[in-house]
Ligand binder design. Structure first.
Ligand code: PLP
Length: 365
C-alpha cells in the first residue's frame, strides 16, 4: 500500500458501548432446564398455569396479531383503575413492572442523579439506574433482613430523585410495615418519588405490609408498582403497572417504548383481574405451603426470618452457600444463589417443596 492508501484505510477499532453500559452488572437469569424432574424454584414464578380465562383471552387475541395493540392500553387501565379505586389517568402500564420501573428511572433521573434502595434487594434496580446514567445508592438491610429506613432517609442528598422500597423484599421476604413507611414518607422531601414495589403483594398476609393505596392518597410522591408476573402467573407475557399522580403517570407513558405491552398481554391481564378470586385461592395455597415449610425448617434447626413472598430466604456464608448450591444442583432443584449473601427458594407445589425440605434437613445446623 502507498502511504496515501494507508492513511485512507479504515480504522480497525470496533464500536464501543457507552461507559455506563460497559460497567453494568449483568442480570443473571434463573437457570432453565428441559429435564422433567427439575424443580424450577429460581425465579419466583407461579407454578400454576395461567388462569384459564387468561389462556382463552390470549387465544382470541392471537387472531388479531397482525394489528398493533392499543398503545394507551385504555381498556386495561380502565379495568385496573376500577380494581384499585383510582382514575384512568393515575395508571401507567408497561412490559412487566421492570419495564415500568425503567420508565420511572429514565423519566425522572438525569445523569448523576441518585436512586436510593436497600441492598440486597431486586437485582434489576442497580442495572436500570446505571443504564439511565444515574447513581445507585445501596443501603444495607438491617439485622432482621428488612429495610433500614433510618439509614435510607439519612442517605438522601440534593441529588436524590427516586427511592425504591421493595415490600415484601426480594430476596429476603421481609415486608415493611405501614407505620414505618408512613413515618419515612413524613421525613423525606416531597419532590422525591418513593416507589413501593409490591411484586409479591398478593402473597403477603393481610396487615403485614403497607396499605399502599392509602399512603398514595395521602402522599402524592408515592408511586405503587405491581405486576402480573408473579401471583397472576403471566411472567412470560410481560405486563405490570404503576399507580402515580396523573402528571407522573402521563410522564411514564411518554417514556414508554411504543406498543411494548402486547394486545395478548393486555387481554390476559384483564381476564386475570376478572378471575381475581381464583388467583387469590392459589395465592392462599402458596401461603399455606410457605407456613408449612417455615415450621418444618424451624423444627430442623434453621433460623429464618418470616417471609411474606412466595419464596424463602436462607442467609448463608461462603461455605454454607457452596454446600447448598452443590446439594440443590445435585438434586435437580434450581434455586437462586447470591454470592456472599444466601440462597432464595421459590415456594411451589407440595411435592417440590417436600424435595426442598428433605434436602435442607440434611444440612440443618
Ligand atoms: C419479579 C419482580 C418484579 C416483576 O418483574 P416483571 O417485570 O413484572 O416480571 C418486580 N419487582 C420485584 C422485586 C420482583 O421480584
Amino acid at each position: 500500500m502507498t502511504p496515501e492508501q494507508l492513511l485512507a484505510a479504515p480504522s480497525t477499532a470496533l464500536p464501543t458501548l457507552r461507559g455506563a453500559v460497559a460497567g453494568l452488572p449483568s442480570y443473571v437469569p434463573g437457570r432453565r432446564s428441559a429435564r422433567a424432574d427439575i424443580a424450577a424454584l429460581a425465579s419466583n414464578e407461579s407454578h400454576y398455569e395461567p388462569l384459564p380465562a387468561a389462556t382463552v383471552a390470549v387465544a382470541e387475541a392471537a387472531r388479531r396479531m397482525n394489528r398493533y395493540p392499543d398503545m394507551a392500553a385504555v381498556e386495561l387501565r380502565e379495568r385496573l383503575a376500577r380494581h384499585l379505586g383510582v382514575s384512568l389517568e393515575e395508571v401507567a402500564v408497561g412490559p412487566g413492572s421492570v419495564g415500568v420501573l425503567q420508565q420511572i428511572i429514565t423519566g425522572l433521573c438525569d445523569a448523576g442523579d441518585e436512586v436510593v434502595f436497600a441492598w440486597r434487594s431486586f437485582e434489576a434496580y442497580p442495572i436500570l439506574v446505571e443504564l439511565a446514567g444515574a447513581r445507585p445508592v445501596r443501603i444495607p438491610l438491617d439485622h432482621l433482613e428488612g429495610h433500614d429506613l433510618d439509614a435510607m432517609a439519612a442517605a438522601v442528598t440534593d441529588c436524590t430523585k427516586v427511592i425504591l422500597l421493595c415490600t415484601p423484599n426480594n430476596p429476603t421476604g421481609v415486608p415493611i410495615s405501614h407505620e414505618r413507611i408512613e413515618a419515612f414518607l413524613q421525613s423525606v422531601r416531597s419532590d422525591i418519588l418513593v416507589v413501593i414495589d409490591e411484586a409479591y403483594v398478593e402473597y403477603a398476609d393481610a396487615g403485614s405490609g403497607p396499605d399502599s393505596l392509602a399512603l398514595y392518597r395521602q402522599y402524592p410522591n408515592v408511586c405503587i408498582l405491581r405486576t402480573f408476573s408473579k401471583a397472576y402467573g403471566l411472567a412470560g407475557l410481560r405486563v405490570g403497572y404503576a399507580v402515580a399522580v396523573p402528571a407522573i403517570a402521563e410522564g411514564l407513558r411518554r417514556t414508554a417504548l411504543p406498543f411494548s405491552v402486547s394486545a395478548l398481554a393486555q387481554k390476559a391481564a384483564i381476564a386475570s383481574l376478572d378471575a381475581g378470586e381464583e388467583m387469590a385461592a392459589r395465592a392462599s395455597a402458596v401461603r399455606e405451603e410457605r407456613a408449612r415449610m417455615a415450621a418444618e425448617l424451624e423444627a430442623q434447626g434453621w433460623k429464618l426470618q418470616p417471609s411474606q413472598g412466595n419464596f424463602l430466604w436462607i442467609r448463608a456464608d461462603e461455605v454454607l452457600l457452596a454446600t447448598l448450591v452443590e446439594a440443590f444442583n445435585g438434586a435437580g432443584i434450581m434455586v437462586r444463589a447470591y454470592q456472599g449473601d444466601g440462597v432464595r427458594i421459590t415456594v411451589a407445589d407440595a411435592a417440590s417443596n417436600d424435595r426442598v425440605l428433605r434436602l435442607l434437613a440434611a444440612h440443618a445446623a
